[in-house]
Design a protein around this ligand. Structure first.
Ligand SMILES: *[C@@H]1O[C@H](CO)[C@@H](O)[C@H](O)[C@H]1NC(C)=O
Ligand SMILES: *[C@@H]1O[C@H](CO)[C@@H](O)[C@H](O)[C@H]1NC(C)=O
Ligand SMILES: *[C@@H]1O[C@H](CO)[C@@H](O)[C@H](O)[C@H]1NC(C)=O
Length: 285
């Protein structure tokens, strides 16, 4: 595993051997969705290593009392699989008026034991960054996320570089981001593409002094996508910690086509943008 990553990183080989197959990863995300719709966390525990790392909002949490213990009526889901890093990501939208959610779940599977070794879920709901599950579901439904035909697939490196460029740009205004036209960003429930679906509305100006930290990846060539989990300093105006954040990038012919973000506010509801948050002070929701 380590050597195949090094080889991939150096771009020396195109054939990378891995014991982490797509069917294994796809059955793991299938089980995740089955478990989530039933609220049956034991389904996932049975597929996990005994010493699994489980987090929600990047904080240690309990798999048996966390979101997987709640049966959710899933309106939409989409999964991504990375056979080289042995990771997956699943996007889940729940518009049930009793409790709407937008959930992102990243899993790591141990290629030796084929058991899940880590699950990090971002469970966003009311009070989180621009949260609106109805909006998320609606704008998502306008988008096309088909499997990319084999002859048109970008390399892993190209896909990952497009997502990395977006975050590198947050710390460096000269860094070039391969924006596509069209491109649209869906953030919490707010859509940049709402007014013009054929325009590039991703490049609407970004800050240039933010260093996102701790990038964790899922690269899916079939879906032309990279998911990057990061700690996002300053996102939560009411918390001094980097905010828990996931960005899903759809890349077509090397260019960014769609961006879906999930960010949770660990300080004050609305990440301190409702006028009552005190920057630098941690408050519990
Ligand atoms: C959420 O999004 C829907 C669909 O775009 C919109 O009709 C609704 O007004 C939004 N709700 C809020 C609170 O912004
Ligand atoms: C910013 O990005 C440009 C373009 O990629 C690069 O030449 C420059 O070295 C970067 N600056 C820093 C401080 O990383
Ligand atoms: C939408 O964006 C496209 C591409 O930038 C542009 O050609 C077109 O005029 C825009 N349409 C409207 C109604 O603004």
């Amino acid at each position: 595993m380590l050597s195949s990553l090094l080889i991939a990183g150096l771009g020396l080989a195109t054939t990378v051997s891995s014991s982490c197959t797509l069917p294994l990863l796809k059955s793991t995300t299938f089980s995740l969705l089955a478990a989530q719709s039933k609220g049956s966390s034991s389904t996932i525990t049975a597929l996990s290593s005994p010493n699994i790392v489980y987090t929600e909002q990047f904080n240690p949490a309990s798999i048996t009392t966390g979101i997987l213990s709640k049966g959710l009526n899933i309106r939409h889901s989409r999964s991504f699989h990375d056979p080289v890093l042995c990771t997956t990501f699943t996007e889940i939208i729940v518009t049930d008026p009793s409790h709407p959610y937008v959930i992102g779940t990243r899993m790591e599977v141990d290629p030796g034991t084929e058991k899940i070794s880590k699950i990090e879920s971002l469970v966003s709901d009311e009070g989180d960054w621009l949260f609106n599950a109805t909006g998320y579901a609606y704008y998502n439904s306008l988008e096309k996320w088909e499997v990319i035909p084999e002859s048109e697939r970008d390399s892993r490196e190209t896909i990952q570089a497009a997502g990395d460029a977006y975050f590198n740009r947050f710390a460096n205004a000269s860094f070039l981001v391969p924006w596509g036209t069209p491109c649209a960003r869906l953030e919490g429930g707010a859509y940049t593409g709402g007014r013009n679906l054929s325009a590039n509305t991703c490049d609407l100006g970004l800050p240039s002094t933010i260093k996102v930290v701790d990038r964790r990846y899922v690269v899916d060539q079939e879906m032309g996508s990279v998911v990057i989990y990061v700690g996002f300093p300053g996102l939560d105006r009411a918390s001094p910690e980097p905010g828990p954040d996931s960005h899903l990038f759809r890349v077509e012919k090397g260019k960014l086509r769609y961006i879906h973000t999930i960010s949770t506010c660990e300080g004050h509801p609305g990440c301190g943008l409702d006028g009552t948050g005190i920057p630098g002070r941690k408050m519990l929701l």
